[in-house]
Design a protein around this ligand. Structure first.
Ligand SMILES: NC(=O)c1ccc[n+]([C@@H]2O[C@H](COP(=O)([O-])OP(=O)(O)OC[C@H]3O[C@@H](n4cnc5c(N)ncnc54)[C@H](OP(=O)(O)O)[C@@H]3O)[C@@H](O)[C@H]2O)c1
Length: 312
């Protein structure tokens, strides 16, 4: 039992000396405001200590409410959780980065963020419209701004202690490598889609060699069926080890050295997703051997968010 508790509380060191990040994380991409509050509270009570937010999710105020309620019930403090949020594409111009950060920080009602990520490498036309489109429905990009321009502004935030670590999301190796080389402050965390159908092994190896945490979103394949949560290997391992398919997939993610973000919306799923146990080596190897490949979120290609429709 002690081993299970240790496994659930796995922490990964950050490459900037700013401490550790809990591997098991809760994501707040939840459209409904009251569900955002209840699910966030339930996640704290279940044991989650790492939380991912975004200005684009338009619910940072509700997340703050859920966190405050959860912290009170769990009798823990702000410093006991690891809190991250993300800069949206319309705020990539350097002069917009700090105001966007401050607005998120105020909505989240905290003095500091543990981690600030650029949500995607794509700069959109700056302004209040989060999804600027032209008359033909095409995204309007801000072509004059490079990711490095935005990164420099994020480095300045980190210098002043406003966020303890900075990182990137929805980025591939091709863009990450040059940014990493040019960065004065190296990215501490990379958040990308990852699950047994999208293991991102090459990216994970690059990150591990540099002490960058790979933070896997959609570790359950976003719950899409058919999908990895119904894969025959996952179902067989779950039966053999006496765990649910979701618990097996989350354990695999932690065991391969990634952090993760899962989004259970019910109390029962929150408890289930926290109560993971280390997998036997043969089960871990079998999941590594799955050959099916599928990406469920296309944000990485255009900067526009969105999972592919269910039941495709
Ligand atoms: N950087 C980016 O561009 C980006 C993009 C997408 C997501 N994210 C982040 O990643 C987080 C997680 O992504 P995700 O929502 O795809 O996570 P996920 O945990 O893979 O999928 C969530 C789905 O799985 C279901 N589920 C959860 N626990 C379950 C269980 N024990 N058994 C069966 N089904 C279960 C949920 O259903 P219930 O509602 O019934 O619990 C929900 O439909 C987001 O909230 C967000 O923070 C980031």
């Amino acid at each position: 039992m002690l081993e299970d508790a240790d496994f659930r509380l796995t922490k990964i060191p950050l490459n900037n000396g700013a401490g550790h990040m809990p591997a098991l994380g809760f994501g707040t991409l939840i459209p409904d405001p009251s569900t955002t509050i209840s699910a966030t509270k339930d996640a704290v009570i279940a044991g989650f200590r790492q939380f991912d937010c975004a200005e684009r999710y338009r619910n940072e105020r509700e997340v703050a409410q859920g966190l405050q309620a959860g912290l009170a019930i769990a009798a823990i403090e702000r410093k006991d959780i690891f809190l991250a949020t993300k800069l949206w594409n319309t705020n990539h111009r350097p002069e917009r980065v700090e105001p966007a950060f401050e607005a998120s920080r105020e909505r989240l009602q905290v003095d500091y963020l543990d981690l600030y990520l650029s949500h995607t490498p794509f700069a959109f036309q700056p302004g209040d419209e989060q999804d600027p489109h032209d008359q033909d429905g095409n995204v309007i990009y801000d072509r004059g701004i490079t990711l490095l321009d935005t990164w420099r502004a994020m480095e300045n935030l980190a210098d002043r202690g406003k966020c303890r670590a900075i990182g990137l999301s929805d980025i591939g190796l091709e863009e990450l490598q040059p940014l990493y080389e040019a960065a004065r402050i190296k990215p501490a965390v990379i958040q990308v889609e990852s699950h047994p159908y999208l293991p991102e092994t090459e990216l994970l190896e690059f990150c591990k060699a540099r002490g960058i945490v790979l933070l896997a979103f959609a570790p359950l394949g976003h719950g899409i069926r058919p999908g990895p949560i119904e894969d025959p290997v996952i179902l067989a391992v779950a039966k053999r080890v006496g765990k649910t398919p979701a618990q097996v997939m989350l354990a695999w993610a932690v065991q391969r050295g990634t952090a993760l973000l899962t989004t259970p919306k019910s109390k029962a799923h929150a408890q289930e997703n926290f109560e993971i146990s280390r997998l036997p080596q043969d089960a871990f190897d079998e999941i590594n051997g799955i050959q099916t490949r599928e990406r469920y979120n296309t944000v990485v290609k255009t900067g526009s968010p969105g999972f592919i429709p269910r039941g495709r």
